[in-house]
Design a protein around this ligand. Structure first.
Ligand code: PGA
Length: 254
């Protein structure tokens, strides 16, 4: 697939996989994806598996991501993980503001913006998630919700930082439900997000930022989604937990 921006496909393991299970998965992926150069492939294990997975993928093109990070650098923040700790394991990407964290941990756009600043300060790359609920889509509020989330969660980034950031559009109603946005819905929404980025930053930045789609991406729908001009990759949950399905998504996207 000849795309303007290099595709980036990330597996969000969420709260799945012990160290042993995670190692099995990445060892399989290393074999299956040994020759893949066309796509940036990222795995995002739980914190407890970062150390071992990091070692296991050293000699491969797989890259490591974390699922969250503290906005603080150090100190009395029980249960939190700082950028410097992630960097010990060669983490390159950090998922921020996933809808599950927005919902269960009540993460706000303002907090996500602080985290994004901390991620960049550590020379890591954030994958900033945005997306509307079913009620919001059905109520015709998709664009208003996205505008609030995009402007709030990316507030304060410089143009250079924005260019290095990744946005993941994940309609909440498509996450883990088996329902995927239609390719037309995905393309239209991604183009809308790109226009927002052009307004907030400029056209050049907007043209360079990679926007992933997330929400029930699987081998059977990946190719069509990735072929849309403004869809630059995927954030994959359930289907990233098995070697076969994650590798098939990547291969079918090339
Ligand atoms: P899903 O999750 O692929 O299982 O729908 C995607 C995500 O939440 O990032």
């Amino acid at each position: 697939m000849n795309k303007e921006r290099k595709l980036i496909i990330a597996g969000n393991w969420k709260m799945n996989k012990t160290v042993a299970e995670g190692l099995d998965l990445v060892r399989g992926l290393k074999i299956e994806l040994a020759n893949v150069k066309e796509v940036d492939v990222v795995v995002c294990p739980p914190f407890t598996a970062l150390s071992e997975v990091s070692k296991a993928i050293l000699d491969s093109s797989l890259r490591l991501g974390a699922q969250n990070m503290s906005e603080h650098n150090v100190g009395a923040y029980t249960g939190e993980i700082a950028a410097v700790m992630l960097k010990e394991f060669s983490v390159r990407y950090v998922i921020l503001g996933h809808s599950e964290r927005r919902q269960y941990q009540k993460e706000s756009d303002a907090l996500i913006a602080k985290k994004a600043a901390a991620v960049h300060a550590a020379s890591l790359k954030p994958i900033v998630c945005v997306g509307e609920t079913l009620a919001e889509r059905e109520g015709g509020k998709t664009e208003a919700v996205l505008e609030t989330q995009v402007s709030g969660s990316l507030a304060g980034l410089t143009k250079e930082q924005m260019t290095e950031s990744i946005v993941a559009y994940e309609p909440v109603w498509a996450i883990g439900t088996g329902k995927t946005a239609s390719t037309a819905q995905a393309q239209e929404t991604h183009a809308f997000i790109r226009r927002l980025l052009a307004k907030m930053f400029d056209e050049t930045v907007a043209r360079r930022v990679r926007i992933q789609y997330g929400g029930s991406v699987k081998p059977s729908n990946a190719r069509e989604l990735m072929s849309q001009p403004d869809v630059d990759g995927a954030l994959v949950g359930g289907a990233s937990l098995e070697v076969r399905s994650f590798a098939d998504i990547i291969r079918s996207s090339i």
